[in-house]
Design a protein around this ligand. Structure first.
Ligand code: GLU
Length: 414
């Protein structure tokens, strides 16, 4: 138990327990799924620009591969822990299953602040991580991708390093690569696109549509920015955004393109200024009087200490694990709809799946065709989830607890 109540892993395991009860599955299922199949720890020496060697510790948690190769991102963040990585890998197993992907779940992490490394140091670290993991990953074994702190450039270095070791070109071992290196243009914005699609569909049910609904977004990285972009395109009004330094709020709406330009130029949205816009903190953004709240940064930000202050009726989890189990209970009892990570941010991994399929067959779709395929899979999951949710009682169970209703669990039995 942390000061904020349940830890991320505790929250994930609590929901797993409840999902097993709801699905009527035996206790053995919990025994299997409450711990990863394999944990790999690596220590990567990097020669820093000052000539000294620094050793970085990283992990790859391979949680479960009952449905197919392990799949999930790699996080570069100074505060990563093995426990957090296990929680993230576990969520990937459920996310991939829920969305009907032929994948199990995995997640990697390296304790580093990538912003503090030079480009050369970052390349050496990325290549070192790929080299250390090479015996354990592959297009049919484990397929990593980006997560917080990593991006297509890092995937390019990693796929190059892996391919050198394999002695052939193996694009399908990592996803979310640059477009020129067998990536797909949709992958850049797919997680944010998925967040917006889930928000739009839920808004149709709640209010008859998303047009004019106000949105506050915590996080302005890949998920937060592209989520804002697509939500705005779909007719919602983004009134607040933050990044790791803090953020801005304008009840009349923000001009996203301008905010993005300020962020790119100065490193933070905080420097954006316009009449009626005021500065807010990362705590305040969660409690604004808005219709839709999108936590799109890190886990455990909505906890029992602030759950009661949240005013949004719809929470769309762009981040993994932003709501603790305690907080979810409070919000659910108040009738707030929480679209959980494994549903709301699945656009990223679903698109990774499409990119991987392209790589395996060396055949590529254009952007529009790819986006249509992605949207179809997301809508299919949304509709299945809604049917199941109404059947079990929206006031009795949360969407997160439905995550094991798909009868995939049989495959994991000994
Ligand atoms: N890191 C993303 C997630 O948490 C994407 C994973 C992937 O594309 O494999 O879902």
């Amino acid at each position: 138990m942390s000061l904020r109540g349940t830890t991320f892993l505790e929250s994930v395991l609590q929901t797993l327990k409840r999902a097993i009860e709801l699905g009527g599955y035996p206790q053995e299922v919990y025994e299997i799924l409450s711990r990863p199949q394999r944990i790999i720890t690596v220590n990567i020496p990097v020669k820093m620009d000052n000539g000294k060697i620094q050793v970085f510790t990283g992990y790859r948690v391979q949680h479960n591969n009952a449905l197919g190769p392990y799949k999930g991102g790699i996080r570069f963040h100074p505060e990563v822990t093995l426990e957090e990585d296990i929680a993230l890998a576990t969520v990937m197993t459920f996310k991939n299953a829920l969305n009907g992907l032929p994948y199990g779940g995995g997640k990697g992490a390296v304790a580093v602040d990538p912003k503090k490394l030079s480009k050369r140091e970052l390349e050496e670290l990325s290549r070192g991580y790929a080299r250390a993991l090479a015996p354990f990953i592959g297009p049919e074994t484990d397929i990593p991708a980006p997560d917080v702190g990593t991006d297509p450039q890092i995937m390019a270095w990693m796929v190059d390093e892996y391919s050198k070791i394999a002695g052939r070109n193996v694009p399908g071992v990592f996803t979310a690569k640059p477009v020129v290196l067998w990536g797909n243009p949709v992958r850049e914005y797919s997680t944010g696109f998925g967040v917006a699609v889930w928000a739009r569909e839920a808004a149709k049910k709640l209010w008859g549509g998303i047009e004019g609904k106000t949105v506050a977004i915590q996080g302005f990285g890949n998920v937060g920015y592209w989520g804002a972009y697509w939500l705005e395109k779909m007719g919602a009004k983004v009134v607040a955004v933050t990044d790791s330094k803090g953020g801005i709020y304008n009840p009349n709406g923000l001009k996203l393109a301008d905010v993005k330009a300020v962020k790119d130029k100065t490193g933070t949205v905080m420097n954006y200024d316009s009449p009626g816009t005021r500065k807010i903190t990362n705590d305040e953004v969660l409690e604004l009087p808005v219709d839709i709240l999108v936590p799109a940064a890190l886990e455990n930000v909505i906890h029992k200490g602030n759950a009661n202050n949240i005013k949004a009726k719809l929470i769309v989890e762009g981040a993994n694990g932003p709501t603790t189990a305690d907080a979810e209970k409070v919000l659910h009892s108040k009738g707030v709809w929480i679209l959980p990570d494994l549903a709301a941010n699945a656009g990223g991994v679903v698109m990774s799946y499409l990119e991987w399929v392209e790589n395996l067959q060396w055949y590529f779709w254009d952007e529009e065709e790819t986006r249509n395929k992605l949207e179809r899979i997301l809508l299919d999951t949304f509709n299945r989830v809604m049917i199941r949710w109404s059947k079990l009682g929206m006031d009795k169970v949360t969407i997160r607890e439905l995550h094991m209703w798909r009868p995939w669990i049989g495959y994991t039995m000994p």
